[in-house]
Design a protein around this ligand. Structure first.
Ligand SMILES: [Zn+2]
Ligand SMILES: [Zn+2]
Length: 342
C-alpha cells in the first residue's frame, strides 16, 4: 500500500509498505482524510512527544476518517464499508487506569503515529474498541477533526460551562477553537478569545467566539474585564501553552472561576500568581488525551451544534504530505488545518 513514511528528520517518502492485517480483535480501515496536527509536525522535526521519542521510519497522522475494509475474526458491530474514525491512544486494556477509562495514562499506552503507524497511508489497523461509526450527516473532511474535538471535549468536561457564564479562551489553535465552539454550544453568555494572530482570531469568530482580542494590540486582562463588565471569566481555558497565557489565566479569572489548562507548556512558567489564585478562590484542572470523549464529540459535530469546518484551510494529496508538514511547521498561507485526502 502507498504510505507517506517519515524516514529521517523532516524527510517524508511516498513509498510502498506492507498492508497491515487485522488481528482477531482489530479492524482494518481504508483512510479517507487525515488532518495534520501540531504533534505530527513535532515528530517530523524530531522533538520528543512528552516522554516518548518516536522511532523512525514511521507513518504519522492520528486525526482521520476512514471506511472499514477488513475485520478480525472476533470483531462484531462493524461491516466492510462502514464509515468510521479511529481513536489513536490505545491502552493495554487490563491495568487499573485502562479499566477506569483513563487509558491515555496507561503505562503501556500505544499511540498510532507515535508507537505504531498512523493514518497517512492507504490502510491502518486499530482495535475494534477504538473505532467509532460516523453518522451520514458528518462528512469525511469534518470527521477527520473528531480527534482534536474529543481531546478538547475532555478539557471542556473538566471545566464545563453553565448557561450565562463568561468564558475566556486564551489561544487560537485547534484546541482553543474546539473549546470556544463547545463553550458556545453549552450556552456561554460570551466567549472571548485571545491570540496574537489576526487571521486566527477571524477563524475564532467563525467557530463560536463572540469577541476576539488581539494580544499584540490590547492588554488582554483589561479587555477581558471590559467585556465581562468587571466580573472576569467564570471559565478560563488556557489553550496556547505559553508562559504569558498561564500568567493571564489567573488574572482574567472571576472569583471562584475554574481554569482549565489545555495548552502544553514548552518552557517554564514564571510569574503565575498563586496569591491571586488563593484570594480569588479559584479551581485549576487539566486534561490529557481523549478518553471516553469520542462519542460525545461525534454527536456534537454530526448534529451541527459544533461546526469546525472553518478550520479547514488546505486540502492536499498524500503525495504532498511533505508540503503540508512544511506549511503547518512554518505557519504559512494562513494554514489552520491542512487535510490530506487519500
Ligand atoms: Zn492531534
Ligand atoms: Zn493499561
Amino acid at each position: 500500500m502507498k504510505a507517506a513514511l517519515l524516514t529521517a528528520l523532516e524527510t517524508i517518502e511516498i513509498t510502498d509498505i506492507p498492508k497491515p492485517t487485522p488481528g482477531p480483535e482489530e479492524v482494518q480501515v481504508r483512510v479517507k482524510c487525515v488532518a495534520i496536527c501540531g504533534t505530527d509536525v513535532h515528530i517530523y522535526q524530531g522533538f520528543p512527544i512528552g516522554i516518548f521519542q518516536p522511532k523512525l521510519p514511521l507513518v504519522l497522522g492520528h486525526e482521520f476518517s476512514a471506511t472499514v475494509s477488513a475485520l478480525g475474526k472476533n470483531v462484531t458491530g462493524f461491516r466492510e464499508g462502514d464509515r468510521v474514525t479511529v481513536e489513536a491512544n490505545i491502552g493495554c486494556g487490563k491495568c487499573y487506569l485502562c479499566r477506569t477509562g483513563a487509558y491515555v495514562l496507561c503505562p503501556e499506552v500505544r499511540v498510532l503515529s507515535i508507537h505504531a503507524n498512523g493514518g497517512l497511508a492507504e490502510y491502518v489497523v486499530a482495535p475494534q474498541t477504538h473505532v467509532y461509526h460516523l453518522p451520514d450527516s458528518y462528512d469525511d473532511e469534518a470527521a477527520s477533526l473528531t480527534e482534536p474535538l474529543a481531546m478538547a471535549m475532555c478539557g471542556y468536561l473538566r471545566a464545563p460551562v453553565m448557561p450565562g457564564d463568561f468564558v475566556a479562551v486564551l489561544g487560537a489553535g485547534t484546541g482553543g477553537f474546539c473549546l470556544a465552539a463547545l463553550a458556545k454550544m453549552a450556552g456561554a453568555e460570551k466567549v472571548i478569545m485571545t491570540d496574537t494572530r489576526e487571521e486566527r482570531l477571524e477563524v475564532g469568530l467563525a467557530v463560536g467566539a463572540d469577541v476576539v482580542i488581539n494580544a499584540r494590540q490590547e492588554d488582554v486582562v483589561k479587555a477581558v474585564m471590559r467585556e465581562t463588565k468587571g466580573h472576569g471569566a467564570d471559565i478560563v481555558y488556557e489553550a496556547a501553552g505559553v508562559p504569558q497565557t498561564f500568567v493571564q489565566s489567573v488574572q482574567v479569572a472571576a472569583p471562584r472561576a475554574t481554569i482549565s489548562f489545555y495548552g502544553v507548556p514548552v518552557e517554564p512558567v514564571n510569574g503565575f500568581d498563586f496569591g491571586m489564585f488563593l484570594l480569588k478562590d479559584l479551581k485549576m484542572v487539566s486534561a490529557s488525551g481523549s478518553p471516553r470523549c469520542f462519542s460525545s464529540a461525534i454527536s456534537a459535530a454530526a448534529s451541527g451544534r459544533v461546526n469546525l469546518r472553518p478550520l479547514i484551510t488546505h486540502r492536499l494529496k498524500l503525495e504532498d504530505t511533505a508540503k503540508a508538514m512544511s506549511l503547518v511547521k512554518n505557519r504559512q498561507d494562513g494554514v489552520v488545518k491542512a487535510l490530506i485526502k487519500i
